[in-house]
Design a binder for this molecule. Structure first.
Ligand code: ZN
Length: 313
């Protein structure tokens, strides 16, 4: 039976911002519901505590200047980390280090064979760029993990799939010209939603041309559009034969989310996760899943319990 890892931790589960649409209640309610419904004591599930990433590893993706800036703002405890969406507060630096640490450990654990699947609900911060925070994303855990895996030559091909309602600009642009990084990103069109990017003609640059797929959806798109895209993501994955799959499984495309205009159902979101899991099972058996965005507590917690169920069954 394949093992699955769930990351938790007192500091990790503080990821969020005070009086903000992205707040840490999502983790508390998820753990309570998952515990009550006996999803945390399955014998295929291992629960691991997060540890902070080392600064030398964080620097593989982020500029020293950005890291110093976040540290300074975290010590100060007020102000903004970007141009408007992402407030600073005391301790945000350490919390963000744990988030990156958990995603990196998740990647290394599936590569070592300790588990086949690993889930970090407090990861998937796909808007943070090398030199700045953005869209509630302080450090980019995905970017750091990908840089580490490639530089240490632990993998040859990474397949990053992103079903968050927003385009993963912080993964797309930094790796736009990396032929080893394959990206499939389905999201609400940038014509109406932050960050305003991710159009179908954005398919990679230079040697990496053709290694990226963007599927922008119109507002009010639902399960049919999502699952049609996921079938393409599956076919693309079979062609790639990746050494690891990283899924940013943002839940903000589910109907009832307060900040987007997509209409996936909780069940449609689960089916998308199942498609990615079956792709992992057919290829490398190494799948990292990240919680990403999501601002409707019912949708988030039901979808995360589904993820736990899918990777432990
Ligand atoms: Zn999002």
């Amino acid at each position: 039976m394949n093992k699955a890892i769930l990351y938790k931790g007192e500091i990790l589960y503080k990821y969020g911002f005070p009086n903000h649409v992205m707040n840490p209640d999502r983790f508390k309610v998820f753990l309570e519901k998952a515990g009550k419904r006996s999803f945390l004591n399955k014998n295929t599930l291992v629960i691991k505590q997060s540890k902070p990433v080392e600064l030398s590893i964080l620097k593989l993706f982020h500029t020293p200047r950005h890291i110093d800036f976040v540290k300074k703002m975290s010590d100060r405890g007020t102000g903004l980390l970007d141009y408007g969406d992402t407030p600073a507060f005391k301790g945000v630096f350490e919390i963000a280090l744990h988030s990156v640490g958990a995603t990196l450990d998740a990647s290394l654990s599936v590569i070592s064979g300790e588990a086949s699947y690993a889930f970090n609900p407090a990861g998937g911060w796909h808007h943070a760029r090398r030199d700045r925070s953005g869209g509630f994303c302080v450090f980019n855990d995905i970017g750091v993990a990908i840089e580490y895996l490639l530089r240490k030559e632990l993998v040859e091909k990474v397949y990053y799939i992103d079903i968050d309602a927003h385009h993963g600009d912080g993964v797309y642009y930094p790796f736009e010209d990396y032929p080893q990084v394959y990206i499939f990103d389905v999201h609400e069109t940038g014509r109406y939603l932050y960050p305003g990017t991710g159009f179908e003609w954005e398919t990679g640059k230079g040697d990496a041309e053709g290694t990226k797929v963007n599927i922008p959806l119109n507002p009010l798109s639902g399960d049919d559009e999502l699952l049609r895209a996921m079938d393409k993501a599956y076919e693309f994955g079979l062609e790639i034969e990746p050494d690891i799959i990283i899924l940013q499984a943002g839940t903000d495309g589910i109907i009832g989310d307060p900040i987007t205009h997509l209409q996936y159902t909780v069940d449609g979101h689960r089916k998308a996760v199942e498609i990615v899991k079956s792709l992992a099972d057919k290829t490398s058996q190494r799948l990292v899943i990240l919680g990403g965005g999501g601002y409707n507590i019912h949708n988030i917690t039901e979808a995360w319990i589904n993820i736990l169920d899918v990777i432990t069954s």
